[in-house]
Design a protein. Structure first.
Length: 204
């Protein structure tokens, strides 16, 4: 393994920015799966990323939707995915942010995704796809629409993960209280300004 490959593996294996722990795995669900319960099977810890024993695949054609909610707000920096190779490998991934109930196929086709990704073909391992940091800065759920296999019949996924940061709840609360306090301190001044403006109108 080259130094560059080792560096990439070190980054990918860095648990500090892996969002697995804040995925609400029990609420992960999918559409057009041969076994509906298999949606959560692709949400695995990092050390199981290469396992091909558990996966999800389509039941009718090659269009597959996975909905992944988080247990707290997160900032997503990249999506990690391991797909099947050959005719069951999807070539397109559309990602939709913050649709708590998910999307069905008609909604996914008619809704503009936050990011439209061309997946690398022929890759047998986990591939990392960076996303737009500003767009994915405050995320409660992601809906993933995977399509365009070369075979057009089966779409199979082995692993889905995310890199990023879980938002600090205590920091969010503190910022909220600071904003409320600032607004409260400004309120008397605002009322005086309004009263003064009203007096001027009466004089006129």
């Amino acid at each position: 393994m080259s130094h560059r490959e080792e560096s990439i593996q070190d980054f990918l294996s860095d648990a500090s920015n892996n969002l697995f722990a804040v995925i609400d795995r029990d609420k992960v669900h999918g559409l057009n799966l041969s076994v509906p319960e298999d949606a959560k099977e692709v949400i695995k810890p990092w050390d199981e990323r290469d396992s091909v024993e558990r996966y999800c695949e389509t039941g009718v054609d090659d269009e597959l939707i996975l909905h992944v909610p988080f247990s707290r707000n997160v900032r997503v920096r990249s999506i990690l995915i391991k797909t099947a190779r050959g005719e069951a490998q999807p070539r397109r991934l559309r990602v939709y942010a913050n649709h708590p109930a998910g999307l069905d196929f008609a909604e996914a086709e008619s809704t503009r995704p936050q990011q439209d990704i061309s997946l690398l073909e022929g890759e047998g391992g986990v591939v990392e796809y960076p996303v737009k940091a500003a767009t994915f800065a405050n995320i409660i759920s992601l809906t993933m629409f995977l399509t365009d296999t070369s075979g057009g019949e089966i779409n199979r996924i082995y692993f889905v993960g995310f890199k990023g940061d879980a938002r600090d709840i205590s920091k969010d609360v503190s910022e909220h209280l600071d904003i409320r306090a600032a607004n409260a301190s400004d309120a008397p001044i605002d009322r005086l300004a309004e009263k003064a403006a009203g007096s001027q109108n009466l004089i006129r």
